[in-house]
Design a protein around this ligand. Structure first.
Ligand code: ANZ
Length: 849
């Protein structure tokens, strides 16, 4: 567009940045306050694509913003460079995964330079470098010392295609998160991290993040941890010495238990079946085999017909001595609670479906037709003490009989058929029965979690070797610290093809070692670590990268961490964020960091879609990053994605207008070109309307950026550029001081989105580089005075006060003004506000009841 050569400008400033390295974080001598801004580090598969373009554009907006606001900003970049795609590519080409990985990293680096990202390039790290994974091994050993890393044999999720185990988090709808193959169960001895020990803290500390992390992510984390509160109840089993414990969230329904169910794949089921008749033993074995082929999702599905086997054994209800037949059924999971349940078919749908399928009794113990709230009596009595007939309209228990309707009564009500609990509400009944069981020694308050321990062993090559040694006499001991890092062997000559055991196992020389205590021959652990271990603490390594003596510097962590702004895709809402939170808490407990949450605030960007689906190599719908750096150019791509919509929304690439962005950038550039190049300007004169637009942008942009309304800031920049053009062309012309003021402001704010164009404008305006380091200009308050409107304040529907407020007031400010108003205070007369509806700028409505 009319003389603006975006590509030449881009290259010019990239060369200057490269030379001057202006975005390196300040060291100890730098007294400015600090901000740690971090984008989730990329996995180096192929080149960057438009999904990266979006995410890293936002990272750069935030980093550049805080620099303008006077902060010493740390914005590092590194690579999450271990993992399966490198290994699979290596297998396909018969090459070393190192070559593929590091070639891709070089391409990424080049692309990030071309994108103009303002990184501190002195802190690069790659997790596949021995100098990084050394500290994964160190971390593993610290967890081991603390009893947080342990080995056990258990049924694990197995991907038959990738021939490796998967963490629960990597199984999506019963399929491998990576390749979509249906996951099966397999018994293996594996290493686990005891994340469940941190379940309560991981859950409770989410409250600290409220308001700083997206609600959706907080909800997903809470559900994943899945804490249920209830009771453990011990049942005697006829013919068995020890009792069996069940977990129940409804101990109040204990009198309604009519049978007992154990998970078929639990040790208990096998043991109980062993005591049954031959016929039952055979039936149980067949059932167990078919259960092995059933995915967890299917087992939990409610619309699947219930299946099970009666084990010819009985449990004794501790509250009333009743004999409950014991069944093995796959709707009970082996690894939740205690793998056994007391079945209360009247009040639990799964139990009811099962009871109806196998003709088991159903006993109602909660009258859900009885009101439970307020002072209304449960059952009204007449003068003779007889219950009053509630009349024909009231639902009767008979009509609701779950055995007939097939619908379990899960609602609130009053206890019946429950001895001393009769008449109590659910809450009181739970308290009472738990007390009774506790006194009798047959039960106690308990919690269960959905969260499982983190399985970290992988049967693959391209990862961190597990730093443990298996001795001849069966001990497992750490590789001595002075032998770390335990580096991977050369991949040459190793068959990396997946076959169910780790390729490292075939590297005989590498596998052979000695027992550090006795010197006797010993073997290494052939597995490598889940790469989520690598990414669980990398944000700390950026603070002292390359340090050969420690994983990270606690001193530097004290200065920079936790990360102030963490930016990345919502696909990491559970796994990565949960693991990083866990490891941070462990490091806190070790006294190595003084905070318990790694990421103070979190920004999740939506996905970039093409043709309605996520861009990916496998779908063949990638818009290449590198080619778009030439045309439309880096700045146009950044502006276009930032302008495409709210950060958290998905973007359809078809709807993104890079042409519009190019035109806007050329217009901005021409404004700077038209302005007299001498910067001797008085920032207090000129066209008042234009000055208002300029100063409002200066005043509003900080709040907008902090609330990630990047698209709004771009819109406001467009407004400013247009307003400036108008004054140049038809007002006082380019010599108007308001025009220069507007052009300078445009350059400074545009730097967040289009740094090359912004630098060029800044230079054309007669300044020395870099606009990226220029402090934010303070807006002139006198130019911000705006139109006022009258807002009304209602209390319980009555207007009690009116306020003169700015037409642009935000909800919290309006509410605060209303609450503080003397007339409102008087009208409230000490009553508490229970609800506030705020519709700026005109209405505030308080309720007090
Ligand atoms: C008796 C009962 C009566 C239950 C009732 C519920 C309703 P959440 O909320 O998910 O924690 N349960 C316990 N262990 C189980 C297992 N290993 N597999 C399948 N189900 C299991 O669910 C807790 C409830 O799920 C527990 O409370 C138990 O059934 C069942 F009216 O106990 B309940």
């Amino acid at each position: 567009d009319a003389g603006y050569d975006a590509y030449a400008v881009q290259q010019k400033w990239q060369a200057r940045w490269r030379e001057a390295d202006p975005f390196r974080a300040g060291g100890a001598e730098d007294t400015r306050p600090r901000k740690y801004v971090l984008g989730m580090f990329p996995y180096p598969s192929g080149d960057l694509h438009m999904g990266h373009a979006e995410s890293y554009a936002y990272v750069d907006v935030v980093a550049r913003f805080w620099r303008h606001r006077g902060y010493n900003v740390l914005n590092p970049i590194g690579w999450d460079s271990f993992g399966l795609p490198a290994e699979n590519a290596a297998i396909q080409r018969g090459a070393d995964p190192r070559e593929w990985t590091y070639a891709n990293i070089e391409q990424h680096k080049k692309s990030f330079r071309e994108y103009g990202s303002s990184y501190d390039w002195s802190r690069i790290l790659h997790t596949s470098d021995p100098d990084y994974y050394h500290w994964n091994q160190w971390l593993f050993q610290r967890l081991y010392e603390r009893g947080l890393a342990y080995r056990k044999e258990s049924p694990v999720n197995w991907c038959p295609n990738d021939q490796t185990v998967l963490a629960n988090e990597q199984v999506v709808d019963g399929r491998c998160e990576r390749c979509g193959t249906e996951v099966v169960k397999k018994k293996l001895t594996q290493w686990y991290f005891r994340i469940t020990e941190y379940a309560d803290r991981l859950l409770d500390d989410l409250n600290q993040l409220e308001g700083f992390w997206p609600q959706k992510v907080l909800r997903m984390q809470r559900n994943w941890i899945g804490r249920s509160v209830g009771a453990d109840i011990d049942f005697e089993i006829e013919g068995r010495e020890e009792t069996v414990t069940v977990f129940s969230t409804r101990p109040d329904t204990l009198h309604g238990a009519t049978f007992f169910v154990v998970a078929p794949d639990s040790d208990l089921a096998t043991e109980l079946a062993a005591g049954a008749s031959t016929e039952v033993r055979v039936r149980f074995q067949d059932y167990l085999t078919s259960v092995g082929r059933t995915s967890e999702i299917e087992r939990q599905s409610t619309d699947r017909p219930k299946t099970g086997v009666f084990l010819e054994r009985y449990a004794i209800n501790p509250i009333n001595g009743e004999r409950l037949p014991i069944w093995a059924a796959d709707y009970v999971l082996a690894d939740y609670g205690h793998g056994a349940v007391m079945a209360v078919p009247a009040h639990d749908q799964r139990d009811l479906d099962f009871a109806r399928a196998f003709d088991l009794p159903v006993r109602v113990v909660v009258d859900t037709t009885a009101p439970v709230t307020g002072a209304i009596p449960v059952i009204e009595l007449d003068e003779n003490g007889e219950p009053i007939d509630p009349g024909p309209d009231a639902a009767s228990l008979i009509e609701l009989d779950p055995a007939i309707t097939g619908i379990a009564l899960t609602g609130e009500g009053r206890m019946i058929n429950s001895g001393s609990l009769d008449g109590l509400s659910k809450r009181n009944a739970i308290a009472r029965i738990t007390e009774q069981l506790t006194a009798a020694g047959t039960g106690r308050t308990s919690k269960s979690y959905r969260l499982r321990d983190w399985l970290i062993s992988r049967q693959r090559f391209w990862g961190t070797p597990i730093p443990m040694i298996h001795t001849e006499d069966g001990r497992t001991v750490p590789v001595p610290e002075d032998q770390l890092p335990l580096t991977l062997p050369d991949a040459k000559g190793l068959d990396l093809a997946p076959r169910g055991t780790s390729p490292l196992g075939a590297a005989t020389e590498w596998m052979t070692t000695t027992d550090p205590e006795t010197g006797a021959p010993a073997t290494r652990d052939a597995d490598t670590m889940d790469t989520f271990v690598d990414s669980s603490w990398y944000f700390l390594r950026f603070l002292s990268p390359g340090d050969p003596n420690e994983a990270f510097s606690s001193k530097e962590a004290g200065k920079w961490a936790p990360v102030d702004s963490y930016i990345g895709g919502v696909e990491h809402a559970i796994l990565h964020l949960l693991y990083a939170r866990f490891i941070t808490k462990v490091l806190f407990d070790m006294g190595l960091v003084d905070f318990t949450e790694p990421f103070t605030s979190l920004i999740n960007q939506g996905m970039v879609l093409l043709g309605g689906s996520k861009m990916s190599k496998s779908k063949g719908n990638l818009v290449e990053f590198s080619s778009s750096m030439v045309n439309p150019g880096a700045d146009a791509v950044r502006v276009a994605v930032a302008f495409a919509g709210p950060v958290e929304d998905d973007i359809n690439w078809e709807d993104v207008s890079t042409t519009g962005a190019q035109k806007f950038l050329a217009r901005a550039w021409r404004v700077a070109k038209d302005v007299d190049s001498s910067p001797e300007v008085v920032w207090a004169e000129g066209d008042p309307a234009l000055r208002r637009v300029t100063h409002r942008l200066l005043a509003d942009a900080p709040g907008l950026v902090e609330h990630t309304k990047f698209n709004v800031v771009v819109a406001r920049l467009m407004e400013l550029v247009n307003a400036t053009r108008k004054v140049i062309d038809s007002g006082a012309g380019p010599a108007d001081p308001a025009v220069r003021e507007a052009a300078e402001t445009t350059a400074m704010v545009l730097d967040l989105f289009a740094p090359h164009t912004a630098e060029e404008m800044w230079e054309m305006l007669g300044y020395r580089p870099f606009v990226g380091l220029v402090p934010w200009r303070q807006p002139d308050a006198t130019l911000l005075v705006e139109d006022t409107v009258t807002a009304v304040v209602q209390i319980d529907g009555k207007v009690r006060a009116t306020l003169e407020v700015s037409a642009r007031i935000d909800p919290s400010a309006l509410e605060a003004l209303a609450r503080a108003d003397a007339r409102v205070q008087r009208a409230l007369n000490g009553r508490e506000i229970t609800r506030a509806v705020v519709r700026p700028p005109k209405v505030v409505s308080f309720s007090t009841s």
